[in-house]
Design a protein. Structure first.
Length: 202
């Protein structure tokens, strides 16, 4: 997993509340187990019309937001089913940070497992960032300092220290396990060298 430290880019405003995982990546695209290739189907029903042409009115189809790295979203982002394809699609499109007042729990956890930083801010701060997003203004995010820098204003955010450590070091579940690889190898060596006694039949 790619590490996350600092990020700067355009913010795409998606102020709707309760954007669920089926809206993020519709069910017909869940057949793959690959993490790549899903970006073109992100928000499919909003990005494309009935003839499968790009919808020019949708924010992610307009410049400069078509190159957005960050989304500022409405409340309860990522609700619905637990599909991990949702963060896969966001990341494949180029989104690696989402800012909202709240997230669905499973989606929130899946973001960290895939290298996406979900940031929770107060509604007032979300509104201010949304206004900047509508103007196409870039913002910067510093995970180490837990700060969002938007023009001359700084927004502090909270994050679990362990999750912060994993993002900074690019550790997914496999990477976390491999941090203890020496201990695992030592244990396996002990098992391989142990002389097992097979009792005689009674």
């Amino acid at each position: 997993m790619k590490s996350f430290n600092k990020l700067s880019g355009v913010v795409a405003p998606l102020p709707q509340v309760n954007i669920d995982t089926d809206a993020i990546i519709p069910k017909q695209f869940l057949k793959t187990i690959e993490r790549t290739g899903l970006g073109k189907h992100l928000f499919h029903e909003k990005r494309y019309d009935k003839e499968n042409n790009l919808n020019s009115n949708f924010i992610l189809n307009k410049a400069p937001w078509d190159g957005a790295k960050i989304i500022v979203a409405g409340d309860n982002f990522g609700c619905g089913s637990s599909r991990e394809h949702a963060p896969w699609a966001l990341l494949d499109f180029g989104i690696s940070c989402i800012i909202s007042t709240s997230f669905a729990d499973i989606f929130y956890n899946n973001c960290f497992k895939n290298g996406i930083l979900p940031i929770v801010l107060e509604e007032k701060n979300i509104h201010e960032i949304n206004e900047l997003a509508l103007e196409g203004i870039e913002i910067s995010i510093n995970l180490e300092d837990q700060q969002i820098i938007a023009q001359n204003k700084i927004y502090k955010f909270e994050i679990d220290p362990y999750r912060k450590h994993c993002l900074l070091n690019g550790l997914d579940d496999i990477g976390i396990t491999l941090e203890t690889e020496d201990k695992i190898n030592l244990y396996e060596d002990k098992l391989n060298n142990k002389k097992w006694h097979v009792p005689d039949k009674i």
